[in-house]
Design a binder for this molecule. Structure first.
Ligand SMILES: Cc1cc2nc3c(=O)[nH]c(=O)nc-3n(C[C@H](O)[C@H](O)[C@H](O)COP(=O)(O)OP(=O)(O)OC[C@H]3O[C@@H](n4cnc5c(N)ncnc54)[C@H](O)[C@@H]3O)c2cc1C
Ligand SMILES: C[S@@+](CC[C@H](N)C(=O)[O-])C[C@H]1O[C@@H](n2cnc3c(N)ncnc32)[C@H](O)[C@@H]1O
Length: 644
């Protein structure tokens, strides 16, 4: 199955039986999901076979990986067992599962009806189940419990995943009917993604499975099986085979930062980047402290309204994948946050993207043919494209909702330096504090820190105009310029775009207001006529961007090491390099460009998960497209004209 294949739901036969018990059967694989009380088998093979719940005790973080999410029974049972296990405060469970054919919602509901004891958890899962869209889905399902689902083929999912798994549940139909799921390459990926001594458990004792597991470094033994299956397999990773990874070494860290719950993380900047980090770090059980030179949402994240719509690419490249995934994640996050506040945080009014030129119409056609979003998330309309789930956010409320109860220091950070293995943060109020890790998240201001100075960040000033008393259109309309119903009422139009030198302050002008009105008049003359420039509340701020227009998100390299270790690239040598060295515990989330309100939350989750060593919410190729080292390596390659 190719990476960009669409996802088809499973096709089930509910009339099937297995030893006289009803048993939902996959028509495609001609095998059953479970028969009778599948729960007893799950409990025997996967939970007890993996030493659970005993291993949950006294652990701060436990990660389960599964092949075949199916009806989610193993997940529900593991989550239930975790909830009941005695464990330290703030302990985290990560469940990562791959699934090529997700069940439809009605099938899932019907399957779950067999397990009334799990009905509460089942409902929680059903409420947040992602659409059948290929790739990674990051679901914060319960306090301290995260479900990472990869929809697509098992090998694609594993080879694009990052994380350290403690226990593997191998549950991919019988090897005779589905040999693909049990290939040696699959088992090698399991070994790569395993923590030392990771366990493996499965219902099958097929010789081919045992051999594939052994070849990948797992030592397994037969144990009594459940019901009519006499035997099952269980074991541990005892040796790691030599890595088969084709990963680019400069994007791999030789000694990744691994924080335990409670670790203190300093975040510099309280715009959407810093606030998203505060939220994501807290979800991982860390203790973020956010430094803000002015007030939260006082920079680019302080506009009275912002569009929540994705940047879509016609090709299936990591950049486009990231923007599509980030959009799905942020829309779901905003809807959840809106449920818990009385503020007008998000107006899900839908967005219409107009195609005015033939070229744009052709592009829209190509996009629709490729469908980079779930089917009902991108549809055609008379004007062009429509994003029914998109809408308009009130950025300051978004920032505040994400910050929640985060501890905020109202002062600028002046300097960062490493001291006895920790990061010391010196601030303008004369204070100095140490952290286990620090994330630079202050937009273009990142360049003030020597550790980030070599990143190619630049700024573009922009102005939006808000007319609080104007009559808004029902949906937001985008055609280059845009007009949107602001969450607090009225109309927001924008935006101008002008280069600005580093250090210069942006300022709004009457000319920019008129230019925004004139731009709207090209498509919406009636609306433009109602916009009185003297009634505008203009706001100017700076977008920070990189040459490739992607955010910079991830660990900050040890630039000295990069300079010497990879110098051979300049001479055309692309092989045999050591893994990268990062500045331990130092990360950045910046250059969110013109889409930061959409992209910051997922990029922040990626960073927080990396610090935790938890399964990543994005594909490896996406993490590489955001990696701070990419410019350095590209520059080296450019000297010999090698394409990355
Ligand atoms: C005109 C305009 C319109 C836009 N429209 C949209 C839109 O419709 N949709 C969308 O998704 N995106 C939009 N964007 C982009 C989006 O606003 C940005 O990508 C995003 O706000 C950037 O967030 P940030 O947190 O990186 O930076 P900022 O919001 O600028 O936050 C940086 C924070 O760091 C603080 N800081 C700086 N230095 C220090 C220091 N040394 N110590 C402590 N704190 C410090 C600053 O005070 C500031 O609060 C728009 C941008 C502009 C300019
Ligand atoms: C027995 S079911 C899993 C049951 C599930 N663990 C549960 O607890 O409900 C096996 C699953 O593996 C999935 N599967 C089969 N081949 C696959 C492949 N190549 N890649 C990903 N998933 C696959 C099937 O679609 C099916 O949902």
């Amino acid at each position: 199955m190719a990476k960009d294949d669409r996802i088809n739901n499973a096709n089930l036969d509910w009339g099937a039986t297995d030893t006289d018990q009803p048993a939902p059967r996959s028509i495609f694989f001609d095998d059953i999901y479970f028969s009778g009380d599948g729960l007893a088998e799950t409990s025997h093979v996967f939970l007890h076979g993996s030493g659970l719940p005993d291993r949950f005790q006294n652990t701060h973080r436990f990660s389960i990986g599964e092949l075949g999410f199916g009806a989610g029974l193993n997940f529900l049972a593991a989550w239930d067992s975790w909830r009941q296990a005695p464990k330290p405060d703030g302990a985290r469970l990560d469940f990562f599962s791959v699934e090529a054919f997700p069940l439809t919602l009605p099938d899932l509901v019907r399957a779950h009806a067999a397990w009334p004891s799990l009905s509460t958890l089942s409902q929680q899962l059903i409420d947040v189940l992602p659409p059948p869209h290929p790739g990674f889905h990051h679901i914060e399902i319960d306090t301290g419990v995260t479900l990472t689902l990869y929809f697509g083929d098992v090998l694609d999912g594993l080879s694009n995943a990052e994380g350290a798994i403690d226990a593997w549940f191998l549950d991919g139909f019988s090897p005779a009917k589905n040999p693909d799921m049990w290939r040696e390459e699959v088992m090698r990926e399991l070994a790569r993604l395993s923590r030392d001594g990771a366990s493996v458990a499965t219902f099958t004792v097929a010789g081919a499975v045992r051999r594939a597991l052994n070849a990948a470094g797992f030592e397994v033994e037969k144990r009594p099986g459940h019901g009519r299956k006499r035997e099952m397999l269980a074991g541990q990773l005892s040796a790691r085979p030599s890595p088969s990874s084709t990963r680019k070494p400069w994007f791999v860290s030789d000694d990744p930062t691994r924080l335990t719950p409670g670790a203190r993380v300093g975040v510099i900047g309280a715009g959407i980047a810093g606030a998203s980090l505060a939220y994501a770090l807290a979800r991982e059980g860390f203790a973020p402290v956010v430094y803000e030179a002015d007030a939260p949402a006082s920079g680019a994240s302080g506009n009275p309204a912002g569009l929540v719509m994705p940047r879509l690419d016609v090709g299936d490249m990591p950049d486009g994948r990231f923007h599509a995934d980030a959009y799905l994640y942020t829309v779901q996050l905003l809807n959840r946050l809106q449920e818990h506040t009385t503020e007008n945080l998000f107006n899900p009014c839908g967005i219409v993207k107009h195609a005015l030129k033939d070229e744009e119409k052709k592009r829209h056609k190509k996009l629709l043919a490729r469908q980079p979003l779930p089917e009902d998330w991108l549809i055609t309309c008379d004007a062009g494209l429509s994003f029914p789930q998109g809408g308009v956010v009130h950025p300051p409320s978004f920032v505040n909702a994400l910050l929640g109860q985060t501890s905020i220091r109202s002062t600028a950070v002046n300097r960062l330096h490493k001291e006895n293995g920790a990061w010391r943060v010196d601030s303008a109020d004369g204070a100095s504090d140490t952290f286990d890790a620090v994330v630079i998240a202050n937009g273009l201001g990142a360049l003030q820190f020597q550790q980030a100075r070599s990143l190619p960040l630049s700024g573009a000033a922009g102005q939006v105009d808000w007319f609080p008393n104007a009559s808004p259109p029902e949906s937001a309309h985008v055609f280059g310029p845009y007009a949107a119903p602001a969450p607090d009422g009225g109309v927001l139009i924008g935006a101008t775009y002008a280069p600005i030198a580093i250090g210069d302050e942006p300022a709004f002008t009457a000319e920019a207001t008129q230019s925004n009105i004139n731009a709207i008049a090209a498509l919406m003359p009636e609306l433009a006529r109602t916009l009185d420039p003297t009634k505008s509340r203009p706001r100017a701020s700076i977008r920070c961007f990189t040459p490739d227009r992607m955010p910079v998100a991830g660990p900050i390299p040890d630039w000295g090491f990069y300079g010497s270790a990879y110098d051979g690239i300049r001479h055309g040598r692309l092989e045999d390099y050591p893994p990268g060295k990062m500045q331990p515990g130092l990360f950045i989330l910046s250059s969110l460009g013109s889409r930061g309100l959409v992209t910051a939350p997922l990029a922040a989750a990626m960073i927080a998960r990396e610090m935790a060593g938890a399964p990543s919410p994005v594909a490896t190729a996406v993490a590489e497209a955001l990696h701070p080292a990419r410019f350095f390596i590209r520059d080296l390659k450019r000297t010999v004209n090698i394409r990355q």
